[in-house]
Design a protein around this ligand. Structure first.
Ligand code: C5P
Length: 233
């Protein structure tokens, strides 16, 4: 899979999602489905989008005991999604169990597995004072990235600003999927550390996840094309 722009389809229903994607005609962008949409619509939203020719990142962020995650991943393996994810804080045992679950009986694993390290909504102060993790936030992110790599995962979700150091530490083929992307001339919203698609490309992100700069744009297709032009072309 090469560099690509993933649209975060943070809509509450299948109807809204499909109406939005209909505007793209034959473009068929890579899409991310999160908890809200998946819990509202169930697996049919995934099969519908796959049937329409979209690549799908199913962002459900699993985190439970290894056996439960393994069994859940075995279910997800039949969905044929391109990327799914879990929390690296579930430990290496959980991540290895997830890989086992996601691997089909014939030994193939068509779905890439990505780890969330520390959520960007967690500040270093919260992490240290509330979670009692005494390391710095960047050190924690890098350590979790290494755990994910050593457990056989394909990459992590991180800030585009961290993509370079993650590649240096875990190798250039370890995928960095990066939200927090904004056009130079658009609203930042609730994101704190943001970069433009062009800057994310320079730093080395493999995929940018873009929500509101595309979904809330007056012309979402033009905004998507602008992301692709800056990040991929
Ligand atoms: O609208 P916006 O471009 O901010 O959307 C970014 C998407 O990436 C949302 O679906 C958000 O939940 C997700 N995300 C994020 N930061 C993370 C992990 C996921 O913004 N650390």
């Amino acid at each position: 899979m090469g560099k690509d722009v993933i649209i975060a389809c943070d809509f509450e229903s299948k109807a809204k999602t499909l109406a939005f994607l209909d505007r793209f005609g034959e473009l068929r962008p890579f899409v991310k489905i999160g908890m809200e949409l998946y819990y509202a619509e169930g697996p049919s939203i995934v099969s519908e989008l796959k049937a329409r020719g979209h690549k799908v990142f199913l962002d459900l962020k699993l985190h439970d005991i290894p056996n439960t995650v393994k069994c859940a991943m075995a279910v997800l393996s039949s969905f044929g999604v391109d990327i799914c994810n879990l929390h690296a804080s579930g430990t290496s045992n959980m991540m290895r169990a997830a890989i086992e679950g996601l691997t089909r009986p014939d030994g193939s694993r068509p779905t890439k597995l990505i780890a969330v390290t520390q959520l960007t909504s967690t500040s270093e102060e919260m992490m240290q004072k509330e979670l009692l993790i005494s390391e710095t936030l960047p050190n924690t992110v890098l350590h979790y990235a290494k755990n994910a790599k050593n457990s056989g995962l394909d990459g992590i979700v991180c800030s585009p600003l961290e993509a370079g150091i993650v590649h240096e530490t875990c190798g250039s083929d370890f995928l960095t999927i990066t939200p927090g992307v904004r056009f130079a001339d658009s609203a930042v919203g609730d994101q704190v550390r943001v970069t433009t698609p062009a800057r994310a490309k320079e730093i080395g992100s493999d995929y940018i996840v873009v929500g509101r700069p595309i979904t809330a744009a007056e012309d979402p297709v033009a905004a998507y094309r602008r992301c692709v032009a800056e990040f991929v072309d």
